[in-house]
Design a protein around this ligand. Structure first.
Ligand code: DC
Length: 233
């Protein structure tokens, strides 16, 4: 699968990253989580007061920071074998999944300078072949990706998944709050001006509301066989 790009797009909490990681492990492909980059920029903005609690953004300050102060790098995680994201040298892989970052990331991701910054990073790390998940990978970042998947799942099921993840990490949260956050992000992600979330015309749909990860991998193996003649064991 070297040199091949698999683009996975879809709504938040549809299990894109779980699926992408499973594909990466099975096929030995590099996995890149584009949302982690938007989250890292959001964390920076929260820490530096570039976004307030009503999600008003200091656009000038953010633009300057993107030009000169935000440095992204990766560090291999000994336990998972995956690459953790680092913001200015600090591993923030866990921190960027917390609710404060989740609540502000969609507005930050509407800012064109942020999208250009993230796209540059994704091209830098992903152009040689990868499995990448996000909202605009098959439509804007890699429109010529070899395989494009578009994932959906019922909003309540997505909120429950997110809640379970948070609880597993010891974070307190209320189902209604998480559902609200999921729906708000769906709206902002699909209505922003620059590269909104939408299904690429040549994407293959996957509604995994009632599918396990194993069932999704079986589904994928059929597609890989048909498209690339690859037998996935
Ligand atoms: O996949 P995620 O939940 O970690 O993504 C976080 C946010 O980043 C999401 O609400 C929208 C934004 N995002 C984006 O706009 N484009 C991408 N390719 C990936 C994420």
């Amino acid at each position: 699968m070297s040199g091949i790009i698999i683009a996975i797009d879809g709504y938040s909490s549809t299990g894109k990253s779980t699926f992408a990681k499973a594909i990466s492990a099975k096929l030995g492909m590099v996995y890149l989580d584009s949302g982690a980059l938007y989250r890292a920029v959001t964390l920076y903005s929260l820490e530096k007061g570039l976004i307030d609690k009503d999600n008003n953004i200091d656009l000038e300050g953010l633009q300057k920071a993107l030009e000169s102060d935000i440095v992204i790098s990766y560090e291999q995680n000994d336990e998972t074998g995956l690459f953790d994201i680092c913001l200015n040298g600090v591993n923030v892989e866990k921190r960027i999944r917390m609710l404060d970052v989740s609540s502000s990331v969609s507005p930050i991701a509407t800012v064109p300078a942020v999208r250009n910054f993230v796209d540059g990073q994704l091209h830098l790390y992903g152009s040689e072949g990868c499995v990448m998940d996000g909202r605009d990978i098959g439509t804007a970042v890699f429109p010529n990706a070899d395989l494009k998947l578009f994932m959906t799942a019922d909003a309540e099921i997505r909120a429950q998944r997110r809640l379970d993840e948070m609880k597993a990490k010891g974070e307190e949260a209320d189902f209604e709050d998480v559902l609200k956050n999921v729906l708000e992000r769906d709206y902002i992600d699909s209505h922003r001006e620059m590269n909104p979330l939408r299904r690429a015309d040549d994407a293959i749909d996957l509604d995994n509301s009632h599918m396990t990860i194993e069932e999704q991998m079986v589904w994928l193996s059929g597609i890989l066989k048909e498209r690339f003649g690859i037998e996935m064991q």
